[in-house]
Design a protein around this ligand. Structure first.
Ligand code: FES
Length: 161
């Protein structure tokens, strides 16, 4: 969904800003509110946010590019996040990520999130999901999966179709 300001967004952002002594301090919360509605932070969203906070677009852009959880591109309907921190890496996370990429026609060696051309799946690595004893661990949307075999990965994808 592309960015367009609405009266509801204006009201939400004005409310957020009111909680801070200076407008700039609300930057992260405003960006989260935009991402919650639109799924990502576009260039026009950056410019709109800068205007609301009385900043330059670069001040907002540097936040968007710093935090990995802020998205600079539209995401797939289903977001597959594979933990790659030590326990999961040792437990097969890289093989699991490669399995998802191969199955969905994505490049397993490319850095960062990748989305299928039909906009259905985004696959990415994330850091520790706090279940290190049950590696490899992953999420699909809000659902959490532990000890994920390649067979289980296939079932997760199939359930999304
Ligand atoms: S290392 Fe994967 S959950 Fe902690």
């Amino acid at each position: 969904m592309s960015f367009q300001s609405t009266p509801e967004l204006e009201a939400e952002v004005n409310e957020l800003i009111s909680h801070y002594p200076v407008k700039r301090a609300a930057s992260l919360m405003v960006l989260h509110a935009i991402q919650e509605r639109f799924g990502w932070i576009s260039q026009s969203a950056v410019e709109w946010t800068a205007k609301k906070l009385e900043l330059q677009p670069i001040n907002v852009y540097e936040i968007v590019t710093f935090y990995p959880m802020l998205r600079q591109e539209p995401q797939g309907k289903y977001q597959i996040k594979v933990c790659r921190t030590l326990s999961c890496a040792l437990g097969g996370a890289y093989e699991l990520h490669k399995h998802f990429c191969t199955k969905l026609g994505l490049d397993a060696h490319k850095h960062g999130p990748q989305t299928t051309p039909d906009g259905k799946f985004t696959v990415e690595f994330v850091e520790c999901l706090a279940s290190c004893g049950t590696a490899p661990v992953m999420m699909c949307g809000d659902a959490f999966y532990e000890g994920v075999s390649h067979k289980k990965a296939d079932e997760i994808v199939a359930a999304c179709k």
